[in-house]
Write a protein of this length. Sequence first.
Length: 315
Amino acid sequence: MNLQQFKFVRETVRRDFNLTEAARMLYTSQPGVSKAIIELEDELGVKIFERHGKRIKGLTKPGQAVSQIVDRIMHEVDNLKKVSDEYARRDEGGLTIACTHTQARYALPQVIPAFRQLFPKVHLTLIQGSPGQLADMVLNEQADLAVATEALALTPGMVTLPCYTWEHVVVVTQEHPLAQLTSSQAKKLTLAQLAQYPIITYDRAFAGRGAIDQAFSAEDIHPDFVLEAIDADVIKTYVELGLGIGIIAGVAYDPRRDSRLVGLPVGRLFGVHTSRLGMKSGTFLRDYVYTFVELLAPSLTRDVVQEAIKPAEKG
């Protein structure tokens, strides 16, 4: 058996058992992938994949165990490559960050310029998606880090650490009745008052939307969500067009930048939320990754991160 066979098995599972797609991702031929898998099965004496004719339909019971072992082997191979790069090219390489639009647009711009000054030879890549998609990218080693809301912590196999806390803000046009509230009135704003207006907010997979739904549900209030979006810029655009009031993450509202809107803090209505940093357990991180993490969240020192991603001892 060899690493090439393991690589083919891993990619076939990742591509939902589509050999054509697995071969495309590995820059090889479908017959070559199929032949290597069959040779591995013959050597092991067990069938890894269930088949219907020539098509692979899923993993057999022994195949599930084989797949888990293959993942661990290939993960350590990837770590070996990172160790080699760390000592051969300390200040060069790549860093792929999986993040939501809110993180990419509002949180990371405060970090990336400083990081680029320290490591100009490191190529940065940002990939956007929902928290669930971001977690999958990290677990499948398509990204080094994920930055998103608490939902990251719900994914098995992910190690997550708190970055910063935030609260929701209601944004309205300057002409809107809510914009005319006095400071003391704004502090007493209720869910019932918000529900008098059409609401524009995040899709259910993003930025604490679950807390918004739970807050209204707890008071048996049924607001009219006229538009759901995956990023705050879209929400603010339609608020400016008069479609409704917006509920967004506080980090996405800046009075100077959003001069045509008025922001009303509503953290007491929807709670405090924590953006988290996600990594795969047991991953070897390059020195510059630790620097990036500490720039993002100074409390996440190298020692803190290393302790968190250290594989749990068995026995």
